[in-house]
Design a protein around this ligand. Structure first.
Ligand SMILES: Cc1cc2nc3c(=O)[nH]c(=O)nc-3n(C[C@H](O)[C@H](O)[C@H](O)COP(=O)(O)O)c2cc1C
Length: 140
């Protein structure tokens, strides 16, 4: 099944995670929040939303997307996967997403955590785990 990733990223960690996910799943496309087209949304079986955490909140770009009524209409009832990227691996950051998506169908959530800076082994392991959970629900 085809998923797309919509991400925001200021310092590239979330972008790198999105790129790694693309490499690991056939046909997966990734889009920065500002380059997303409604057409692409329509084609996807499930939608992955990824945001970095700054000062305990989602990025402004992701918040703005989640507040966009047209976007909300387009994702209504569709399976959503959410992930956050933060220095502290902290599930509570996911509630920032959830509060926008209370009426939506969030099927999976994941908190990536770890060092600020170059990609480390821990994140590679997290990617493996994330991809494995996706695979169980949506195949390869
Ligand atoms: C201004 C700023 C504020 C941050 N605030 C938090 C925070 O509240 N909690 C946390 O765990 N990490 C925090 N971080 C770390 C980022 O979430 C982390 O570096 C993340 O990987 C950045 O994603 P990006 O590289 O995709 O922009 C902060 C980083 C910056 C630069």
């Amino acid at each position: 099944m085809k998923g797309i990733v919509i991400y925001d990223s200021k310092y590239n960690t979330t972008k790198e995670i999105a790129e790694k996910l693309r490499k690991r799943r056939k046909g997966m496309e990734i889009f920065a929040v500002e380059e997303l087209s409604p057409f692409k949304l329509k084609e996807a079986d499930f939608i992955i939303l990824g945001s970095p955490i700054y000062y305990g909140r989602l990025s402004k770009g992701m918040e703005n997307l989640l507040k966009d009524l047209d976007f909300r209409k387009r994702i209504r009832g569709r399976p959503l996967v959410i992930f956050t990227v933060s220095l502290w691996k902290c599930k509570k950051y996911l509630s920032n997403f959830r509060k926008f998506l209370e009426e939506e169908r969030v099927v999976m959530e994941y908190s990536f955590g770890g060092k600020f800076g170059p990609f480390d082994r821990r994140k590679e392991r997290e990617i493996d785990e994330f991809v494995e959970i996706l695979r169980r629900s949506y195949g390869n």
